[in-house]
Design a protein around this ligand. Structure first.
Ligand code: ADP
Ligand code: MG
Length: 250
């Protein structure tokens, strides 16, 4: 891979049907192997649109993306094996149990038998859900659903993991379990691309970030270096405020 770039994005643009304003506006950036890369920006900035394009759920209007040297749009079948996706909305069968959901999903990825059951137990334990394995998802708390949503995205041990606001609206305990495990997964070699509008969280977990506003990248860098770039900055919120004149709101 050139310069260890695991993802390259050039001139990416997305117009939704019927809109004359692009949701993503001529964006170019690269993600290196082993990074936890954060896409940070307010609601409506274009984060989900970018993630959904990168994981093959949306077709861009313009631009080119390569993932692990494979061209998105041409090699999607191979790319699907390499990536995991944790969408912003919970993507689980509510009337099935945790175990049933994971068995179905594992089978879709070609896992079976002992390998599949070992993997399911490993993940349920890692995320503190082993005791709830036979409960229906509809009875889970918001935090438990978020943890399950994450497990569903990593059951096949992807090389690259996309997460779209994985901690929105959950309890502190679930948030900690998710962030701690993401760090662990990253240490084991998975590159992570993470969107959020919560700056504290991004500051905690991301090795590099891009600020997104109105479909454009307005700054990119290592969180600590962005903060150091001006003595008046104490955190990422200050950097964003200076760049846009706007606050990043909940
Ligand atoms: P974010 O994830 O940062 O909140 P989105 O990518 O969801 O932002 O949205 C970016 C822009 O695109 C917003 O203006 C939003 O209203 C618009 N948008 C998102 N999804 C659609 C859609 N399916 N059809 C039309 N417009 C959309
Ligand atoms: Mg979004």
């Amino acid at each position: 891979m050139n310069d260890q770039n695991i993802i390259t994005i050039s001139c990416l643009t997305k117009f939704y049907k019927g809109s004359d304003k692009p949701a993503v506006d001529d964006i170019s950036f690269n993600i290196k192997q082993g990074e936890v890369f954060g896409l940070l920006g307010p609601n409506g900035a274009g984060k989900s649109t970018i993630i959904n394009i990168l994981c093959g759920l949306l077709t861009p209007t313009n631009g080119q993306v390569t993932i692990h040297n494979l061209i998105l749009g041409k090699n999607n079948y191979k790319i699907k094996e390499l990536i995991g996706v944790v969408p912003q909305d919970i993507a689980l069968y509510p009337s099935l149990t945790a175990m049933e959901n994971l068995i179905i999903l594992g089978k879709i990825y070609g896992l079976k038998g002992k390998d599949l059951s070992n993997r399911i137990y490993e993940l349920l334990t890692m995320f503190g859900l082993e005791k709830s394995k036979d409960r229906r998802i509809s009875y889970f708390s918001g935090g438990m659903k978020r943890r399950m949503n994450l497990i569903a995205g990593i059951i096949h041990n992807p090389k690259i993991l996309f997460l779209d606001e994985p901690t929105v609206g959950i309890d502190v305990q679930s948030k900690k379990v998710i962030l701690d495990n993401l760090r662990e997964i990253n240490k084991l070699g998975t590159t992570i691309i993470y969107t959020s509008h919560l700056m504290e969280e991004v500051q905690k977990i991301c090795t590099r970030i891009a600020f997104i506003d109105e479909g454009k990248i307005i700054a990119e860098g290592i969180p600590s270096e962005l903060i150091k770039s001006d003595p008046a900055f104490f955190n990422l919120e200050d950097v964003y405020l200076k760049l846009t004149g706007k606050k990043l709101r909940d």
